[in-house]
Design a protein around this ligand. Sequence first.
Ligand code: FMN
Length: 489
Amino acid sequence: MTERGPDTPTPEQRASRRQFFKFLAASPLAALAYSAVPSSWLEPLAGEVPPPGPATVPCVNCGAPALPPTTMAAASSSSLSAARSAVRALPRQQMPQVMPPQQSQEEQLTGGEISTPEEAINVWDLERAAHDNNLAQHWDYLHMGVDDYETRVANREGFQRLQLRPRRLPSEAQTGLDTSIEILGQSFDSPIFLCPVGSLGAYHTQAEVGAARAAQTHNVLQMQSNVSTQSYEEIAEARGTPHWFQIYTNPDWNRNQRLIDRVAAAGCPTLVWTIDLLGGSNRELSRRSLSGEGTDSALCQQCHNHVQGYQRPMAQGLEGPSGERPPYTWDYVSRLKDASDMTLVLKGIVTAEEADLAIEHGADAIHVSNHGGRAVNSMWATIDALPEVVEAVRGRVPVLIDSGVRRGADVYKALALGADAVGIGRPYVWGLGAFGEEGVDRVLDILEAEFRMVMRQTLVTSIDEITPRHVMEGRNPILTRHNQFGFGL
Ligand SMILES: Cc1cc2nc3c(=O)[nH]c(=O)nc-3n(C[C@H](O)[C@H](O)[C@H](O)COP(=O)(O)O)c2cc1C
């Protein structure tokens, strides 16, 4: 577990930050994005709960006296948390007979609000906390999928349709599970990695550096986005070892070359070219929540343009003579590969044909991704695309995958189908947005613990023992978590 970082807010600071965001959320612009939030999240609970009276109602199961009717009324009419507080306030002798109200069932299943990283039981607990701590527009940007979110949903359903084939015996106490991997000449303690996500400073002042410190603690791979809030050099220094850099290519080849030279000089071992946004993407939630004004709105400009002529760190220092505008073809992959000594990964491949072509043109690894359902609305889960890519790759290069990974079991399933490493995007940003470095640390703790449990349940002691025989295709997806507010994807 990591120490609280200097920028990590105390619970009191978080509370006042929440108040600030709630104030902002009260603006007509931001109110749009808050319309889906249960009102109980935004209202103070004090005063909602009547003092517990002596009368009780019978428990529906055993008939014993349970909640006082006044408390039941509070639970059904307003907040579940309020009902819980009322339960806690009951005289001690009544406590054993208190049953949770039926209405709390959804909260029991999906989790409530948390105020420390340790309280998080799964990654979605941090999702809620990040939502609470962040500007509505920033939250929307993180949450958003394209069109009607079908690809986002498909990513989850893909994992949920895939079933585990556990092993039972011989069951011995398994200590010292080996979760380490080696990929493109680097060793990591876990197959889980942090995907490139732009503008992490929007979610916490620690930004990429906070994520880097947590990644370092866990010795996991981290990819930095081209549109990061902090520079490659700052992040590498915080992490202590060089990480991978993701590039969105510029039409001006010379700018690309200068950027490539810069990160290579800083020690970056691997360049990741993201190709799944080249055709554009339909991001309706962002357009809606920015009310048509985009970041030109007064609210956005307060932060986005507070420094005249501001440029993102990785866009700085690239000025110079402009270059040609080569077309994005397969030869472009070879050109990127030849532009430095770094190894090259193509991110956004979902078909066998393109995996094959990518390797033919110099890619050193294939990253199966649909950008977390934020690019093409293919309605196709990456876990469903993985087998054909793995088959086409035929072990020539490593295969990475991301999109929709939320459980250690998902990591396991992807490895079983042939992935070499498994990435998370939103989950670590939920952790960052909730508690900075400590939140990312908690997300990794949770996923790694879940993953190790599945290893024990299937009697494997190292990654290379996980095979396709450990999973099978289920007939129907099992969806338990997706609730009416859109959380839990
Ligand atoms: C807010 C946000 C910003 C992202 N920014 C980038 C980016 O700058 N470059 C990139 O290659 N992928 C980016 N991605 C995609 C992620 O790298 C990753 O593919 C995706 O988040 C994985 O899906 P998941 O969020 O369901 O885990 C972004 C994703 C999100 C949610």
